[in-house]
Design a protein around this ligand. Structure first.
Ligand code: AHG
Ligand code: MN
Ligand code: MN
Length: 338
């Protein structure tokens, strides 16, 4: 890396000069994401030493056992974005209802967030994430109505994730490609490490909880059968990679190609993942990187959420892999050329 790397602040400044829509408010939100990510990364690094691992003993809004870090992450994200004066409402995995923020300014945005993704990984020092998506409101007051939050992903203006792993990364899109920053913990700065991330058209791995394979629709069982067949010419068998954290799995796929899917099964009749704060923001990132995201064959970004915690099946990753997966769902199988 160059001795004068591009910091997140310099990147925001330069993007703001290039693109009118990034100047001003969006820049403030991206800068606050950087600060929030650093705060959360610090807590995660030391969680085992300060009694921050383990369960709180409560269930969250969607019935998952809440970890101490789920609660900390939610409070940190809510406080950080309330403080900007730009956010009128927050929809979070950890909040039953949309939280309205007493905004100082005009509250031009709503935030949808999974403050801590992959919480089953907290106690094993595994990869974790934070997902965020912002919608711009049409009104200029502090009273955001549910329809201003429950919008299709295609209306997102800013989305991305933070990945807490070997290093901490902040990856975002504001509709002009996808940019990735790695935290240099010694100087406390996010530095541009992945400019204009592009997801390869096709990959060599699939990511899913295959423990459920016999519980999946026949088309998906057939797809797993197909990608695990041996055929050197078409790059099969695929490798199987699954970390238990959507952010970590999607990040790998964005860089190396492949597919992540979480279908419906008997325990998750509508799928497990949540449209508003998991699937749509990551769908925006995937599409901006040249990949795609679908839900039972429909474009995720076109889905209108029916509720804050609306769940849906998800397939996300390389455009050709997702298209092939959708062919199998539709009962068509692989094209003759494949
Ligand atoms: P969260 O920790 O925010 O509830 O999300 C967990 C999600 C996702 O990160 C992961 O891919 C998936 O659930 C794992 O589910 P299984 O344990 O059922 O495989
Ligand atoms: Mn999650
Ligand atoms: Mn979560």
């Amino acid at each position: 890396m160059s001795p004068f790397p591009v910091t997140l602040s310099r990147h925001i400044l330069e993007e703001g000069q290039r693109r009118a829509d990034i100047a001003g408010e969006l820049s403030t939100l991206i800068a606050q994401l950087g600060f929030t990510a650093k705060t959360l990364a610090r807590e995660m690094r030391r969680a085992a030493l300060i009694g921050e691992l383990g369960l709180v003993g409560e269930k969250n809004a969607t019935g998952d056992a809440q970890k101490k870090l789920d609660v900390y992450s939610n409070e940190t994200v809510v406080d950080a974005f309330s403080a900007t004066g730009l956010v009128a409402a927050i929809a979070s995995e950890e909040l039953e209802e949309i939280q309205h923020i007493k905004c100082k300014g005009e509250g031009r945005y709503v935030l949808c967030t999974d403050p801590l993704d992959g919480s089953s990984n907290t106690d094993i020092n595994g990869a974790l994430g934070t997902i965020f998506g912002f919608y711009r409101r049409k009104k200029r007051d502090c009273d955001a109505t549910p329809d201003e939050v429950l919008r299709p992903g295609s209306e997102l203006v800013l989305a991305g994730y933070v990945l807490y792993s070997t290093s901490t990364m902040l990856v975002y899109t504001a509709g002009h490609g996808v940019h990735g920053f790695t935290l240099d913990a010694d100087i406390g700065e996010f530095l541009l490490s992945h400019r204009d991330m592009r997801c390869p058209k096709r990959g060599k791995s699939f990511s899913a909880n295959v423990g459920h394979v016999r519980d999946w629709p026949q088309g998906i069982q057939d797809y797993v059968g197909y990608v695990t067949q041996i055929d050197k010419a078409s790059g099969r068998p695929y490798s199987h990679r699954y970390s238990g954290a959507l952010v970590g799995d999607v990040h790998r796929i964005l860089l190396e190609g492949g597919i992540y899917f979480y279908p419906q099964d008997s325990g998750h009749k509508d799928g497990k993942l949540r449209l508003v704060y998991e699937c749509a923001p990551l769908g925006f990132v995937a599409e901006q990187a040249g990949g795609s995201a679908t839900s039972n064959g429909e474009r995720v970004m076109d889905l209108a959420p029916k509720a804050v915690h609306h769940r849906c099946p998800l397939a996300i990753g390389s455009a050709e892999d997702v298209a092939l997966f959708d062919r199998f769902i539709a009962g068509k199988g692989a094209p003759p050329s494949d």
